[in-house]
Design a protein around this ligand. Structure first.
Ligand code: MG
Length: 234
């Protein structure tokens, strides 16, 4: 079985909520995505999506020029071989965005499972029959907006909710976390993702406040290359 065709589509989604976050990251366009379809010479087909940063056209062009020819003609079941060869190829002047390869790995898994006549979760070993799903916020304009959205997530049957707060004003961010806890009650699972907002002292203060509010996890409070601060936290 060989990969016979790959289609890369550039997608843009612009819910109003993204605009509120622009002040944190600069005045540029919203998140963009790629939809990638991989087909085989035996008539199998799978589609998934991948991140495209702030430019689906840019990422799509790079991926169409590099990953597409790299993948065509390969057996999608040889996933490990493709990954190791891609690492070397990428180092030798590919330098794709870090999110470039992910959809291609997913597609190879999907096609492998399809070729085996199984849903992917069975192909992977099927440890469980269902998984809990959580709602994840974008950057919202006001602390109260998070509480409203969390209540909606709870009403829709989601098992948890995660906040991405703006990171401009620590007290206002904390207020959003407080309001959400008050709104959903003590037993609903809540998480926080400040996305590399804090220095060490702020991260510890904020984390302690979240602990008091019964938050389940605290995701990426520090920059991932802030090794000295990260060492202090471990
Ligand atoms: Mg995150």
């Amino acid at each position: 079985m060989k990969i016979s065709d790959i289609e890369v589509r550039c997608c843009r989604r612009l819910p109003e909520a993204f605009d509120a976050g622009a002040f944190r990251t600069g005045d540029f366009s919203a998140f963009q995505f790629l939809a990638v379809t991989m087909k085989t010479d035996e008539g199998l087909s799978a589609t998934t999506f991948g991140f495209a940063g702030r430019s689906a056209e840019g990422a799509g062009k790079l991926i169409a020029d590099t990953l597409r020819p790299f993948m065509l003609g390969r057996d999608p079941r040889d996933r490990e071989k493709a990954w190791h060869e891609f690492r070397t190829a990428d180092r030798w002047w590919g330098h794709l965005p870090i999110y470039g390869y992910g959809p291609f790995d997913t597609l190879q898994w999907l096609l492998s499972a399809e070729a085996a006549g199984q849903p992917l979760y069975k192909y992977l070993g099927a440890y469980r029959e269902d998984v809990p799903v959580y709602g994840s916020s974008m950057i919202l304009s006001k602390p109260e907006d998070y509480a409203k959205e969390a209540l909606r997530a709870k009403a829709e049957g989601l098992k948890a909710y995660k906040l991405h707060t703006p990171g401009k004003d620590l007290e206002e961010d904390l207020e959003a976390h407080r309001l959400v806890r008050e709104a959903v009650g003590p037993d609903f699972t809540l998480m926080s993702d400040p996305v590399s907002t804090f220095n060490l002292e702020q991260a510890i203060r904020f984390g302690r406040a979240l602990e008091a509010l019964g938050y389940y996890w605290y995701e990426e409070p520090l920059y991932d290359e802030d090794v000295h601060a990260l060492r202090e936290l471990t």
